[in-house]
Design a protein around this ligand. Structure first.
Ligand code: SF4
Length: 221
């Protein structure tokens, strides 16, 4: 969610409440103040009167989370919400988001390129490549025993203390243009397990609680 830079926080929060709930202006202000307090914004009565530029990046992200929770949604979709924040603030926001969602029963879809974020936050993971889910399962299954070659490459390219001094591993090639994907597995030009069969489209196949879209997945261990 993006905050409007020219509107005070109270205006934006109260508008959001009134878009879905028929409550008085006074009640909406109370709800907005409580929501700011819940996401750890100090002096929420004062901060309601501030503009977005008067908050740090981390605080703006908290305000956005407070607004997202105002109308008690069943599901929140967060697309790279903490990417621009430093690691410490990112960690705090992740923990708070997780706690708030557990308390309110809200489901959370967190879109990120950072596997360490996913490992600490999620119950299950969908790995996507070229707009399609290529692997899906529990966090421990997918991160500890990846089966799709793209997931294997992603995990293999995470820098590790054990490989200090060695060149970083990387997946060869680059992501194809979604405008010109053609038929077959979209990963085949970068995949060391590719065969002639991969010129057909693989389907997402479910087995033992996890799904993989690949003709030659890594064997289950
Ligand atoms: S379907 Fe073929 S090209 Fe695609 S990931 Fe599997 S092995 Fe590699």
């Amino acid at each position: 969610m993006t905050l409007n830079p020219v509107l005070r926080i109270d205006t934006q929060m109260i508008e959001t409440i009134h878009a879905h709930q028929n409550v008085s202006a006074g009640r909406a202000r109370e709800m907005a103040r409580d929501a700011l307090g819940r996401v750890g914004i100090p002096s929420p009565d004062e901060r309601l009167l501030a503009y977005p530029h008067q908050f740090s990046g981390g605080m703006r992200q908290r305000v956005a989370i407070a607004i997202a929770l105002l109308n008690k949604p069943d599901l929140i979709i967060c697309d790279e919400p903490t990417t621009a924040l430093d690691v410490t603030i990112q960690e705090q926001i992740l923990c708070e988001m997780q706690t708030l969602c557990r308390e309110t029963g809200t489901a959370l879809i967190w879109i990120t390129h950072d596997l360490s974020v996913v490992a600490g936050l999620a119950d299950s993971i969908c790995v996507m490549y070229a707009g399609k889910i290529v692997e899906n399962g529990s966090i421990s299954d997918v991160l500890d025993r990846p089966r799709h070659p793209y997931t294997v490459g992603l995990i293999g390219s995470i820098p590790s203390r054990n490989t200090r001094g060695q060149p970083l591993a990387q997946i060869p090639g680059s992501t194809p243009s979604l405008l010109n994907l053609g038929a077959g597995c979209a990963f085949r030009t970068r995949c060391e397990r590719a065969s002639g069969e991969c010129e057909k489209d693989p389907v997402l196949t479910k087995r033992n609680g996890r799904s993989v879209r690949c003709f030659h997945p890594v064997a289950e261990s």
